[in-house]
Design a protein around this ligand. Structure first.
Ligand code: NAD
Length: 260
């Protein structure tokens, strides 16, 4: 159902973004991958998407903390495929530290990537969607867009910001056949989660197993990590006609975490 359409998925060289990009390609979209990584790994994923799903895929190396590179990524989509129909704001990083010790540069980085880049990408993509008379904007927020955890000040602030930006954009675009939603996963097993285990061990004085069982899965009543494929399937559903009246929503996929 996305044949002939173009999907830009930020932070799609890894984890959730890669799974969303693969699912939208399976649905027929040409995709713009974005994110960092070894050139040979990125090329393998890009080529794999083309051969597996019979669509076109290009990679934008844009560093989304740099506003002109966000614009360049959206321009690459339009220049390569003639439209920008689906925008998935997914790139994000985490940093774990008490506020008193939280480095200012880390705060700036997280706000720039996890929040401002989504605003700038919307700003660049919306004119293309309006021109086509259809669009889907989806952001990967987080359970941390609805609730907080200690030591994640910048991340929680940025994700609450994404939830607010989503609502605002949805209202602005409500009559343009462009829906704007965010998906709020709980803990998904990806490199991002794995990478924060050492810092959480340090910040809380816990072992690796304690962090997994008592901190990560403690929050999730199902006691299971969300999978990247489950997030991809929800993003795909939001692109269907059945989802045309879902807009401004923040959809939780968190094993019951924020129900508590
Ligand atoms: P990940 O580390 O696997 O992937 C992050 C992606 O962002 C990678 O492709 C990376 O190259 C890219 N990236 C990093 N810095 C970038 C920059 N400056 N410019 C462009 N791209 C950049 O992480 P993930 O777990 O898949 O997380 C993806 C999104 O999901 C993030 O926004 C994260 O906050 C959110 N999220 C993750 C979880 C989880 O448990 N993993 C839960 C809730 C929300």
């Amino acid at each position: 159902f996305l044949a002939g359409k173009t999907a830009v998925v930020t932070g799609s060289t890894s984890g959730i973004g890669l799974a969303i990009a693969r699912k939208l390609a399976e649905d027929g979209a040409n995709v713009v991958l974005n994110g960092f990584g070894k050139p040979e790994d990125i090329e393998k994923e890009r080529g794999g998407i083309e051969s597996e799903f019979g669509v076109k895929a290009v990679h934008s190396p844009a560093d989304l903390t740099k506003p002109d590179e966000v614009e360049a990524m959206v321009k690459l989509a339009a220049d390569s495929f003639g439209s920008v129909d689906v925008l998935v704001n997914n790139a994000g990083v985490q940093f774990v530290s008490p506020i008193e010790e939280f480095p200012r540069e880390k705060w700036d980085l997280i706000i720039a990537l996890n929040l401002t880049a989504a605003f700038l990408a919307m700003k660049a993509a919306i004119p293309h969607m309006k021109a086509a008379g259809w669009g889907r904007i989806i952001s990967t927020a987080s359970a941390h867009s609805l609730t907080a955890s200690p030591f994640k000040s910048a991340y929680v602030a940025a994700k609450h910001g994404i939830a607010g930006l989503t609502k605002t954009a949805a209202l602005e675009l409500a009559t343009d056949k462009i829906t704007v939603n965010c998906i709020s996963p709980g803990y998904v097993w990806t490199p991002l989660v794995e990478a924060q285990i050492p810092d959480t061990m340090k910040a809380r004085g816990l072992t690796r197993e304690q962090v997994i069982d008592d901190v990560l899965l403690a929050a999730q009543p199902t006691k299971q990590f969300v999978t990247v494929e489950q997030v991809g399937a929800l993003a795909s559903f939001l692109c269907t006609d059945a989802a045309a009246n879902i807009t401004g929503a923040n959809i939780s996929m968190d094993g019951g975490w924020t129900a508590e």
